[in-house]
Design a protein around this ligand. Structure first.
Ligand code: GSH
Length: 214
């Protein structure tokens, strides 16, 4: 059976769980990382030498890196659905997946860590203002480029939607200034109607909030 290691409030684990749930693959998820620890054990390091989550074992096929995992699951279990048969649709999915990793998530993680995972007493307000502006620029860029299709590769949900739309939940629920993003908000609303997204991505993150020790 497919095994997935990683805590449910990790954004990278959420991408994998969302894909697994859309695909209806029988699986077991094992909590690891964060408060659960366990990233320095020989067992975990044998599966992922980088000591990070998520990592999967699908009947002996071991994969780390969330985007590689999502692509594998889509190809293995989602031919014609999450994995479009048209190579052009896959290339669009891949382009946005790479961009999500190298630009959108890179900057949003910085904002999330400095705003939410840093005690308010230690906030660097100039840095937060810069990061908020940078994220607004990135999300606006996406807003301008996606066109009017309901999903990133056209008319159907594919693996290419997963990395970007996983960022939406926190971006649209954090107490920050955002530009007007009507297309992205419509896309986000469509995702919120999906059972798999609601269950695995719309996961409260209050327990990640940093506070000074009393
Ligand atoms: N590029 C990697 C990043 C993996 C990563 O940074 N995982 C984080 C969780 S989101 C982690 O393992 N953090 C340590 C922890 O949870 O304790 C991926 O996409 O899978």
């Amino acid at each position: 059976m497919l095994k997935i290691w990683g805590r449910s409030n990790s954004i990278n684990v959420q991408k994998v769980m969302w894909a697994v749930s859309e695909l209806g693959v029988d699986h077991e998820r094992i909590d690891l990382g964060g408060n659960f620890g366990g990233l320095d054990t020989p067992e975990l390091l044998a599966r992922n030498p980088h000591g990070l989550i998520p990592v999967i074992d699908d009947n002996g096929i071991v994969i780390w890196e969330s985007h590689a995992i999502v692509r594998y699951l889509a190809a293995q279990y989602g031919d014609g659905s999450l994995w479009p048969s048209d190579p052009a649709a896959r290339s669009t999915a891949d382009m946005w997946m790479e961009w999500a990793q190298t630009v959108l998530q890179r900057d949003f993680i910085q904002l999330f860590w400095n705003l939410y995972r840093t005690p308010v007493e230690h906030h660097d307000h100039a840095l937060l203002a810069n990061l908020t502006t940078q994220c607004a620029t990135n999300f606006s860029h996406l807003e301008d480029l996606i066109g009017d299709s309901p999903y990133i590769s056209g008319q159907n949900l594919t693996y290419g939607d997963i990395p970007i739309a996983t960022q939406f939940y926190r971006y649209f629920t954090l107490d920050i200034e955002r530009p007007s993003l009507p297309r992205l908000e419509a896309w986000y609303s469509r995702m919120c109607e999906r059972t798999a997204y609601a269950e695995h991505v719309m996961v409260p993150y209050e327990d990640l909030r940093a506070r000074l020790a009393p």
